[in-house]
Design a protein around this ligand. Structure first.
Ligand code: GLN
Length: 553
């Protein structure tokens, strides 16, 4: 969102904001960092964002969604932490490989340097070699084009594995000047029912640990379920050595995460940051953001969408999809209620029983055989009952399997991911994947162009026939079955520019049956809903109105 604030005078020194978290994990550091980034952009500043994760995996690409939630893919193909999704949804900052580093990546880089002899025989140690590497990654953001670089440190203060990161950011003010750095610490102020009061001690302890390391936070953002009164804020300010106005309450938001920036702004976090940095900037232009909340609060329609996936009980596994459905709702002035259903439950109980009554279906991406037949069944139900459907990645592959088996008469058609010996491999391994051995970072990843066919639903939704979308898959539509499936009614609505890879399939005689090999959820924003999510919600609204009409008759 572009701000109208406007920067006054060019500044060459990039300022650094570091965000740490204390007391417990899952406090919403990513959301808070993204909100701060959004507010600073709204004041006309150029912001870059970065997350440093203390785990040893080189990237989250090889981690189970149960462990880590969704893997968020960037244009450049890097597989990153889901917090980067918040950064992209809240700000217009450009994210690249430099936007997410892990302990694993940092060690890998240092060890490779050691093998090349770059340390000239020295003993390679956590301090200074690992911390130097971390500092270099932070400094990479200070590129002369950036006014403020926001670096979020994953994990919780007090974790052993966070220590090198905290030590590195402690050192940065020595190099760039303390006046060019702000430390924001996100903490929890819990309400104890038995005592009937909020407790500040965990915050005091958490800040105590930071100060032992040598970091004095400048701003405390206090997560709380109840209002923190001024005497508690004074207590926190005094014990934590932070000015009173910099002890900021961040009350739980039951309604929408898009309230977070507005709540932080009402506590003047942007003013505090700019004042400390000595930056003059005009007021924030948040009109678009207020409009988002207005639409969320005053929907004109309501629809229910079923999300049928393997990790139904785990919301973070489909984070960007939930967000994108909300965006579709914002665009269509519709409250979208999403119910996640385990695809294995469809196998046990049948699609009819679990999907009747929904206005739309979404089948997201995934890996592994478990629950596959449930997804195919759900899609068959949507196809036969004309239920609006959006298939994403594995969801598209399952749609192709359904059409092959049930419309083209290709009995037993499957993806070779799940049945190597299927008679009809309608989905198969991409050529370039046959020689791949390593699992990490070896899929078809990142932004790829596609060309859409005029007159299709996809082309109408996008309003163009040339798109780029982000990918993350090894398997693809098997071109050998293309004609046969087209004869059975499948519309090939989009391909790679050379026509070799099928990117979008549709059905013509269906209100909205669109399935894509890429991940549209990584490019949707509250201020600019992705056309395919907006299209699904619009079709669901129509379906809902139609079914209400049938019920009335
Ligand atoms: N498992 C499938 C593949 O690798 C789908 C991947 C996905 O849904 N992201 O092609």
């Amino acid at each position: 969102m572009a701000g109208t604030g406007g920067r006054e005078g060019a500044r060459s020194v990039t300022k650094h904001v570091f965000v740490t978290g204390g007391v417990v994990s899952s406090l919403g550091k990513g959301l808070t960092s993204a909100s701060v980034g959004m507010l600073l952009e709204a004041r006309g500043l150029r912001v870059r964002m970065q997350k440093l994760d203390p785990y040893i995996n080189v990237d989250p690409g090889t981690m189970s969604p149960y462990q880590h939630g969704e893997v968020y893919v960037l244009d450049d193909g890097s597989e990153t932490d889901l917090d980067l999704g918040h950064y992209e949804r809240f700000t217009s900052t450009k994210l690249t490989r430099e936007s997410n580093y892990t302990t694993g990546q940092i060690y890998l880089s240092v060890i490779n340097k050691e093998r090349r002899g770059e340390f000239l025989g020295k003993t390679v140690q956590v301090i200074p070699h690992i911390t130097n590497e971390i500092k270099e990654m932070v400094r990479n953001l200070a590129d002369g084009e950036t006014d403020i670089a926001i670096t979020e440190i994953g994990g919780t203060v007090g974790d052993i594995e966070s220590l090198p990161f905290l030590e590195a950011i402690r050192q940065i003010p020595l190099e760039v000047g303390r006046e060019n750095c702000i430390f924001i610490h996100l903490t929890l102020v819990p309400y104890l029912k038995a005592a009937g009061e909020l407790k500040t001690k965990p915050t005091q302890h958490s800040v105590g640990i930071l100060r032992q390391i040598g970091i004095q936070p400048d701003i405390l953002v206090c997560r709380t379920e109840r209002a923190i009164d001024v005497s508690d804020r004074e207590k926190i300010a005094l014990f934590c050595n932070v000015p009173l106005d910099s002890v900021i309450e961040e009350r739980d938001k039951d309604f929408s995460i898009y309230e977070v920036p507005l709540s932080l702004q009402s506590n003047r976090i942007d003013d505090i940051i700019l004042r400390r940095f000595g930056i003059q900037a005009g007021p924030a232009d948040l009109e678009e953001w207020h409009e988002i909340l207005h639409r969320l609060r005053n929907p004109e329609h309501e629809v229910s969408i079923a999300l049928v996936g393997k990790y139904a009980e785990h919301r973070d596994a489909y984070k960007s999809i939930y967000e994108s459905l909300d965006h579709g709702g914002i665009a269509q002035k519709t409250q979208v209620r999403v119910q996640a259903i385990k695809s294995e439950d469809i196998e046990r109980e049948g699609a009819e029983r679990l999907l009747a009554g929904f206005d739309g279906l979404i089948v997201p991406g995934g890996f592994g055989e478990r629950g596959i037949e449930g997804k195919v069944e759900a899609i068959r139900f949507a196809r036969e009952r004309k239920l609006p459907f959006l298939g994403i990645c594995l969801g598209m592959q399952c749609a192709v399997i359904d059409v092959a088996r049930h419309c083209a008469g290709l009995e037993g058609a499957h993806s070779t991911e799940f049945n190597r010996n299927t008679l009809h491999p309608v989905i198969c391994l991409m050529d370039e994947q046959h020689k791949v051995v390593d699992k990490g970072g070896t899929m078809r990843l990142g932004a790829q162009p596609a060309v859409l066919v005029e007159g299709t639903k996809a082309a109408a939704a996008y309003g163009t026939t040339r798109i780029t979308e982000r990918h993350r898959h090894r398997y693809e539509f098997n071109g050998r079955y293309r004609e046969q499936l087209e004869r059975a009614g499948l519309v090939i609505a989009g391909t790679s520019p050379d026509g070799s890879l099928v990117e979008i399939v549709e059905l013509a005689d269906h209100p909205w049956f669109v399935a894509v090999q890429f991940h549209p959820e990584f490019k949707s924003k509250p201020t600019a809903a992705h056309p395919l999510f907006s299209g699904l919600v619009a079709a669901a609204v129509e379906r809902h109105a139609g079914s209400a009409w049938v019920a009335e008759v």
